[in-house]
Design a protein around this ligand. Sequence first.
Ligand SMILES: [Zn+2]
Ligand SMILES: [Zn+2]
Length: 332
Amino acid sequence: MHSLYPQVMVRFTVLASGSKGNCTVVSGGNTRILVDAGLSCRELFRRMEQAGEDPRTLNAILVTHEHQDHVNGLAVTARKLGIPVYFTEATHREWMRWMTPRRRMTYAEWLEQCRQQAAERQAEAPGANPEFEDSECEATAVSIVAEAAAEPSEEAKPPKPDPTWLPAVEYFQSGRPFQVGDIAVSPFTIPHDATDPVGFVFQAEGVRLALATDLGYIPPNVKAQLKGVDLLLLESNHDLDMLRDGPYPWQVKQRVLSRVGHLSNDATAGYLESGYDGQATWIILGHLSESNNLPELARLAAERALNGRASLLGNRLLVAQQHEPLAPIQLA
Ligand SMILES: [Zn+2]
Ligand SMILES: [Zn+2]
């Protein structure tokens, strides 16, 4: 029997990793998932092509959390490809709030704006009732904007596009595995200062891939998830000395160092030394800070930790980059 797929394989392609944008493509069987869309759509497509991945073959986008470096190009990319976005419900809600910032105004200013809009409306349509309901205020504002820009057609103008509109939204819950095509997805909670942040373990064709960045420390539930994986993308965000002496304001330094911040090179090395089970063929260090880390420092800390365990010398260690995609990693 011939296989349905000419080349049965699982593929993991890091398009970007770091505080300025995160995107990874996970392929298994006939399914391709984009994990986070932290680059602009244009840059994301450019990097996919650079890495030999075809954006038109993506089936879904999965979002780890709502921070900008993970969702920057989300809406445009999902719309352009017409594919569903998977969030937790809380993350989706927070993302929507972030996408529709409301201009702050006092009640008096708001009332005055409504009066003006009602007056303009009445001027354009003599005889119309000048009274208005609260809910009409926004509709009036939209129609005024639309009329100002419109051609002299009498047809109803389309409403202003909704920035949060997505072709389809699917909700998942942390701790509850689900399936996207041929790929099984296990989302797990990570300690990070977002609404409902998750990491993922993906399984396809018997291969397990884990993605865990943006976490302040590695709690037991994350250690349990990272057991028995063939590939691990793990955060190695900052060098403690560089962060301490670096340009960030004190509060930001405290945030990064906190239990809901980011993993330091030392914390990651500590895990690789004593918590990690040594099963992965590939370890990728990711989400490096450009201000507070150097790829050589992250690599050195991890190498030292792994070299302390002679049996793990076969591990292939890579450092994911912010400005260039990594070559796709293929696993049989
Ligand atoms: Zn984050
Ligand atoms: Zn991040």
